[in-house]
Design a binder for this molecule. Structure first.
Ligand code: ZN
Length: 146
């Protein structure tokens, strides 16, 4: 209970249990890099990683390191603890962040925005990634105001 911090959703897993398509994302995460797959045919970023391009069904990708910054596209403030042990965590911000370096070929992540006053968060706010290493195989991405 004491490790729970207000506004920070605790990592529930100790391993990403990634498949072959997502493992490079988690390998880069352990290095503190935000690396995402990009279709080699049409340039669409593929988040979450998967076997086929959402746009053209092409299979091959190149992995591109992004700057780890972005803009809040939309968000909600969670005020009700979904489990009793999250009582000390609420309120927290769950947001969809549009990642810098992907505009026009949109890549967005659904993340917890931390180190902020939830009532001051707004669509369009600039945010920056913060990795929390929770085990030797798993680093959790969160974002904080830039
Ligand atoms: Zn494509």
């Amino acid at each position: 209970m004491s490790e729970h911090r207000p506004g920070v959703v605790p990592a529930l897993l100790k391993d990403p249990y990634a498949d072959e398509y997502a493992q490079p994302f988690w390998d880069a995460a352990l290095d503190g890099r935000l690396s995402v797959p990009k279709c080699t045919r049409c340039g669409t970023f593929r988040l979450p990683p998967g076997p086929f391009c959402f746009e053209c069904r092409h299979q091959e990708v190149e992995w591109v390191d992004l700057p780890g910054t972005g803009t809040i596209y939309t968000f909600t403030i969670v005020r009700h603890p979904l489990r009793p042990d999250l009582q000390n965590v609420v309120p927290y911000v769950a947001a969809v962040v549009e990642l810098d370096g992907t505009q026009g070929a949109g890549a967005r992540m659904t993340v917890n925005v931390i180190d902020c006053d939830p009532d001051q968060v707004a669509i369009g706010d600039k945010v920056r990634i913060r990795w929390e290493k929770v085990s030797d195989t798993f680093a959790v991405p969160r974002f904080a105001p830039a």
